[in-house]
Design a protein around this ligand. Structure first.
Ligand code: FAD
Length: 383
C-alpha cells in the first residue's frame, strides 16, 4: 500500500511516521510555504484549560491527544530523537480575584476527578502571587494563580522534524516539493510533483491552512481558513528558564511560556481575515508586547529576538476536519486544528494514517467529517 502525505507540519509528519510504522510505503512532501503554523506555534499543551473543553467531542479528542504524547515521545527517544523541547513544566492559570481562583481550582479538580476523568491534569493547587512569581520571576506580583501540574510545552519545529526523521529512519521517502492533487473518475490517484505524476493508493492532505486550494482538483471544499498569528521571542539572559511554567491569563487569549537558553515566548495575535499575509506588523507586535508586559513587567528589560508568523488552520466550529472525503476514494483530510494543533496534531496525524490504510480509526469520525458545515458558531479559545 502506497500513501502520499502532503504537508510536513505536525499533522503530516505524524501521519507519515504512523503510516510507515503500520507498514505502508510512504512519501512525505512539503512545499515549505511561508507561514507554516507548526513552525510558529507556541507549544503549549494544556487542553483542560481551553474554553472548547465544554464541547464533549473536542474535549474527548484533545484528552486522547494529550494521552498519546508520552508514548510518542518515548517511541521517538527509542529512535534517538530526544531534542523536542518537550518538558512537563506545569501551567499557571492566572486569576483576577480569590473567587475566580477558587472557581478555576474547582473546575480543574472536576475535570481531573470527574467523568470522564483526566488524571493527566496532575497536581491542582492555589498559589499566591508571590508563589506564582517564584516559578515565573518576571510576573507581576499581584497575580494569584492555579497551578496545573500536568501541562507541558514542546517545540513544534523540533517535534515535526523529529517525526519526519523517524519516518525516514523507518523507510519513508521525504521530498521538498509542492504537490498538485490528481483525481480521476472520483478517485485520488496521486499527486504531481514538479510535473511528474506519482501514483498512490491514498493521498493525505495535511496541508494546514492551504487545504482549500490543494483540494480544488477534487472538486470539494473543506471549510478551512487561515488565521494569522504573530508571536514574539525574547531572551532574559542569564536566567535559567528551562523549568519555567506556561502562563495562561484568563482575561485575554495571550500567554507566556519559556524554553531553555533563557528564551521566553509571548503570544500571540489572532488575526482572522488577514489571509496569507506573511508579515510582522507594528500593530501585531505592539499588541503582543503590551499584553505580555501587563502580565509580566519583568520582561521589559529582556532582549527582543524575533517575531514568528504562522497561519492557524481554522475550521468552522473548533473541531478537527479529519477523515475520508465522501465521494472521492483514496483521499483523506487532516486539518482544522486551529489554535490547538500542537496539542492535537500528533493524534490527528496518527488517525489519518489509519484511515488511509483502511484500518479502524479508533474514534467516531462523523462529527469531524471534513466536508461538514459548521456544527456550532466558532468558539473563542483562550490558550
Ligand atoms: C502563533 C501560533 C501559536 C500557536 N500556539 C499553539 C500552542 O501553544 N499549542 C497548540 O496546541 N497549538 C498552537 N498553535 C496551533 C498549531 O501550531 C497548528 O494548529 C498546527 O501547527 C497545524 O499543523 P498542520 O500540520 O495542520 O499545519 P502546518 O503546520 O501549517 O503545516 C502545513 C504544511 O503543508 C504544506 N503544504 C501546503 N500545501 C502544500 C502543497 N500543495 N504541497 C506541499 N506542501 C504543502 C505547508 O508548506 C506546511 O508546511 C499555534 C499556532 C500559531 C500560528
Amino acid at each position: 500500500m502506497r500513501v502520499i502525505v502532503v504537508g510536513s507540519g505536525v499533522v503530516g509528519a505524524s501521519c507519515a511516521y504512523t503510516a510507515r510504522c503500520l507498514g505502508a510505503e510512504v512519501l512525505l512532501t512539503d512545499a515549505a510555504l511561508p507561514g507554516q503554523a507548526t513552525a510558529a506555534g507556541a507549544g503549549i499543551v494544556c487542553p483542560w484549560s481551553s474554553s472548547l473543553a465544554d464541547n464533549p467531542v473536542w474535549y474527548s479528542f484533545a484528552c486522547a491527544a494529550a494521552r498519546y504524547y508520552p508514548r510518542l515521545v518515548a517511541e521517538l527517544a527509542d529512535l534517538g530523537e530526544t531534542g523536542l523541547g518537550y518538558r512537563q513544566v506545569g501551567g499557571l492559570v492566572l486569576a483576577a480575584s480569590p473567587e475566580q481562583q477558587e472557581q478555576i481550582r474547582q473546575q480543574f479538580l472536576a475535570r481531573r476527578d470527574g467523568t470522564p476523568a483526566a488524571p493527566e491534569i496532575g497536581e491542582v493547587a492555589a498559589l499566591t502571587g508571590a508563589e506564582a512569581r517564584a516559578l515565573f520571576p518576571p510576573l507581576h506580583s499581584g497575580h494569584a494563580a492555579v497551578l496545573v501540574g500536568g501541562a507541558w510545552r514542546v517545540d513544534g519545529r523540533l517535534l515535526a522534524a523529529s517525526m519526519a526523521r523517524a519516518a525516514a529512519i523507518k523507510g519513508a521517502v521525504i521530498t521538498a516539493s509542492r504537490a498538485e492533487l490528481v483525481c480521476r473518475d472520483g478517485r485520488a490517484v496521486g499527486v504531481r510533483l514538479k510535473g511528474v505524476l506519482v501514483e498512490a493508493d491514498a493521498v493525505v492532505a495535511a496541508t494546514g491552512a492551504w487545504t482549500t486550494s490543494f483540494l480544488e482538483p477534487a472538486g470539494v471544499t473543506v471549510p478551512v481558513t487561515p488565521q494569522r498569528g504573530q508571536i514574539v521571542h525574547l531572551s532574559v539572559e542569564p536566567a535559567d528558564t528551562s523549568g519555567w511554567p506556561v502562563v495562561l491569563p484568563t482575561a485575554t487569549s495571550h500567554y507566556l511560556l519559556a524554553f531553555g537558553g533563557s528564551r521566553v515566548v509571548a503570544g500571540a495575535t489572532r488575526e482572522t481575515g488577514a489571509g496569507f499575509d506573511y508579515r510582522v506588523t507594528p500593530g501585531g507586535l505592539s499588541e503582543v508586547l503590551e499584553q505580555a508586559l501587563a502580565v509580566a513587567p519583568g520582561l521589559a528589560a529582556g532582549t527582543y529576538l524575533e517575531t514568528r508568523v504562522g497561519f492557524r488552520p481554522m475550521g468552522p466550529d473548533g473541531l478537527p476536519l479529519l477523515g475520508p472525503v465522501p465521494g472521492v476514494d483514496g483521499l483523506v483530510v487532516a486539518t482544522g486544528l486551529g489554535p490547538t494543533g500542537l496539542t492535537m496534531g500528533p493524534h490527528a496525524g496518527a488517525i489519518a494514517a489509519r484511515v488511509a490504510l483502511g484500518e479502524q480509526p479508533g474514534i467516531d469520525l462523523a462529527p469531524v467529517n471534513p466536508l461538514r458545515a459548521a456544527s456550532a458558531p466558532p468558539a473563542a479559545v483562550p490558550a
